[in-house]
Design a protein around this ligand. Sequence first.
Ligand code: FMN
Length: 182
Amino acid sequence: MDFSQLVNQRQSCRNYLEKQVEQEKILLCLEVARLAPSACNSQPWKFIVVNEISLKEKVARETYGKIAKFNQFSNQAPIIIVVVIEQGNFSEKIGTLLTDIEFAYIDLGIAVEHFCLQATELGLGTCILGWSNNKEIKQLLSIPKNKDIGLLITVGYPASDDIIPKTRKKLDEISEYNKYCK
Ligand SMILES: Cc1cc2nc3c(=O)[nH]c(=O)nc-3n(C[C@H](O)[C@H](O)[C@H](O)COP(=O)(O)O)c2cc1C
């Protein structure tokens, strides 16, 4: 599969088979996430793999929207990855101070996408979750109070092979040459 095919195949999977994911596949996804770039190479992330069934169910429940009813699919996935933001190194902290840009969040997003693309290549489905009750999830996973959860990723085998055409802005809406015109 070439890279653009892989990018097209990566889609948010919200329907999973009842099939376990092989440990070596998760390890490969983690390895590829590990190689992601980060500001000042500070690698401010930790991936917690939640695969113990009752714990995973408790974490999944903390992703459900109570009123809007979103993320109700998350417990179908056999694995939920919780990505914790770790302290950046000294240079990244200085960079954030000087620019007022939270590089750690950008870094984490890149690493998460590495994970998801590798998972896609292995035939797995993923969905990045940005909405969750992080206070409760931190308690469930013994994550220290002073650390933040960045994103979660559901991982499993997709229930369908269909690739849904992507809804995206047009290229000329998101790119310009040499000048910001519109
Ligand atoms: C930072 C981030 C947070 C997201 N949070 C959620 C979420 O809480 N629940 C969900 O179902 N999808 C979530 N998504 C998935 C997006 O809805 C999805 O990527 C987008 O609609 C494009 O669809 P595609 O991933 O199928 O290409 C999130 C994606 C990102 C990048």
